[in-house]
Write a protein that binds this ligand. Structure first.
Ligand SMILES: Nc1nc2c(ncn2[C@@H]2O[C@H](COP(=O)(O)OP(=O)(O)OP(=O)(O)O)[C@@H](O)[C@H]2O)c(=O)[nH]1
Ligand SMILES: [Mg+2]
Length: 310
């Protein structure tokens, strides 16, 4: 993705906790040992415990067993490289870039459950787009939580980006309407709509999301061009369940995996890949505007396994 720089250093730093638990844990059971059935069982248990998920663990272990039986894998150390390779292969080349409208404005709708990092990710995204020379407008469609509008406004002031807002407690679709109208009138490149946190089981709130989408679609052809679901990497398998249910309900086109830096559960990116058909497009590795990166599978897996001196 041209607009973002993938900075390996900050990705590695962001994945420190994951690396210590995941790769560190694997190394501690594999290092210096000769591969046998028992060790493969131990490895399986270890993978299940980590957040890569049951299905991906099964695939990986089947691969290890096959290569072990064929005499291609003999030492514990070699298994690390095998796993790394197999994990990277899970992401064939694909376009993980954000979708932009052929004619302005592009509308990006951001959703997810409470507190996962939606508003902060929007600020980071606005920062990256602006740095790329794009004009950005924000729509404060979280009219529900007290302080939500102000939080977005504070980001807007910091980043030099305007925010369209309505009444606290008002209709979020009305804010979406005003924001789309303003985006068109001002000729901005990208409009990003913040929304209130909601559970995929809260029907009225999910319908409200539908209404926001419909309002945007009516005013701007093809909108929303991107519907990003923000997931909190610290929530482990819950994040996977949210991805499954939101993708069905909310027309999600991409995932932002936030809070990787605070999490030892970066392996969840593997479970998401294995479990749902929505690409992780962006990863959040901190609370600063710069702390958003494009998801690059190879760099991500490398960072997950990196030697700490490297
Ligand atoms: N360490 C870290 N913290 C993050 C990241 N993204 C968000 N946060 C923090 O997570 C908390 C919640 O972030 P918000 O952006 O307000 O989350 P939200 O989804 O908008 O929350 P609601 O609007 O209440 O549903 C804040 O304290 C953020 O600073 C990240 O990538 N890393
Ligand atoms: Mg918010």
């Amino acid at each position: 993705m041209a607009i973002f720089k993938s900075i390996l250093g900050s990705l590695k730093k962001g994945l420190t906790k994951t690396r210590e638990t995941f790769a560190g844990g694997l190394r501690s059971i594999l290092a210096g040992r000769v591969l046998n059935d028992e060790l493969i069982d131990e490895l399986e248990a270890r993978l299940i415990e980590s957040d890569v998920g049951v299905a991906a663990t099964r695939d990986l272990i089947e691969g290890v067993r096959a290569d072990y039986k064929a005499g291609k894998l003999t030492r514990g150390e070699d298994v690390i490289d095998f796993l790394k390779r197999r994990l990277i292969e899970m992401w064939p080349p694909a376009d993980r870039a954000l979708t932009f409208a052929p004619t302005n404005p592009t509308v990006i709708l951001v959703t997810g459950v409470n507190g996962v990092g939606k508003t902060t990710s929007i600020a980071k995204l606005a920062h990256a787009l602006k740095a790329d020379g794009k004009t950005v407008l924000l729509g404060a469609c979280d009219t529900f939580r007290a302080g939500a509008v102000r939080q977005l406004e504070i980001w807007g002031e910091r980043l030099g980006v305007d925010v369209i807002k309505g009444q606290q407690g008002g209709d979020p679709a009305a804010v979406a309407f005003d924001a789309c109208a303003a985006a068109k009138a001002r000729g901005v490149d990208v409009l990003i709509l913040d929304t209130a946190g909601r559970l995929q089981t809260q029907d009225p709130l999910m319908r409200q999301l539908e209404k926001i989408r419909a309002v945007a679609a009516k005013q701007i052809e093809g909108a929303p061009h991107e519907a990003l679901l923000v997931l909190d990497a610290t929530s482990g398998q819950n994040a996977l369940r949210q991805a499954e249910s939101f993708s069905a309900a909310a027309g999600v086109t991409g995932i932002v995996l936030a809070k990787l830096d605070g999490s030892a559960r970066g392996g969840i990116v593997v479970a998401i890949r294995r479990g749902v058909d929505i690409p992780v497009k962006l990863v959040g590795v901190g609370e600063r505007p710069e702390d958003l990166q494009p998801f690059d599978p190879e760099a991500f897996i490398e960072a997950m396994f990196a030697d700490d001196e490297g």
